[in-house]
Design a protein around this ligand. Sequence first.
Ligand SMILES: Nc1ncnc2c1ncn2[C@@H]1O[C@H](COP(=O)(O)OP(=O)(O)OP(=O)(O)O)[C@@H](O)[C@H]1O
Ligand SMILES: [Mg+2]
Length: 277
Amino acid sequence: MYRLLVWSSKGGVGKTTSVANLGPALARRGNRVLLVGFDAHQPDLEMTFGIEDDDDVTRIEDLLAGSADPLTATIEIDDPMAPTRDHKPGGSLRLLATSERLLALTADVAATGRFDALDRLLAGLDETADIALIDTTGAVTPLTRMAMFAADGILFCGEPGVYEAKTIARRLDELDELGVEAGHAITPVGMLFVRTNARSRQLRAWATAFADPEQFPSGPLYVFQTHIRQQSSVRDHPGYGVPTVFADPGGRVAHDYAAAAKELEARLAQLAQDQAA
Ligand SMILES: Nc1ncnc2c1ncn2[C@@H]1O[C@H](COP(=O)(O)OP(=O)(O)OP(=O)(O)O)[C@@H](O)[C@H]1O
Ligand SMILES: [Mg+2]
């Protein structure tokens, strides 16, 4: 199971929305997908799929406390989109949930330095899925550190702009050190522009910033050709303020995430090939 952390340098950018849409899109392409909700401050991913904080389901904090079996803890999620002929067989979608109770572990994790707890937990689920998408908070906290230790790769989500390139460049520097501490490489998988409403010429100019060797001395960051466009109907949605699974399958955001899932598959295959060579 490849573990992909979806992350941004800022909050409220579209991480959870990306996980909630990329997950089903990858499942439709025949992948067994595990969504991992790891944002204890705002369990938005859980809410998106209708799981409330007081629902009686096993959570990551229960698993970390050793009071439940990870193999029975994941929850099957129904695809919000009806099956079509394009959907490949074999895909599935499951969710590993968290709640605000996870926050109680923060101080303990920081004090004991047990940043590898999620890493070890997910290792137990290795055979159950092809890819895990981890959603966490944008702030750098002990829990984010745990999420990073658990990740094989990081997919950055961001709004295009030069400021974004600078911040991400700084994060990439930290990633190498973090990988050494975690004991395995944490690969920068790429940058996915989300909520874009800019012209394509502007987007190309921003993408070039990520290839600037002055800003990215350790090599350019792959920028996804697919951009997730801004969808105004999201603002009019009754669920605005909480992330939304884009119920409108014909909507352009759903279309963009389908394309992003395809590009992500190709990118991960390329990285695996590079690593094997
Ligand atoms: N493509 C889009 N078009 C329009 N609105 C969007 C789009 N993607 C996300 N949003 C909206 O932007 C808001 C923030 O998105 P989201 O919650 O996914 O961000 P986040 O990075 O997970 O935030 P946080 O850091 O708080 O966890 C949500 O209200 C969401 O519905
Ligand atoms: Mg979020």
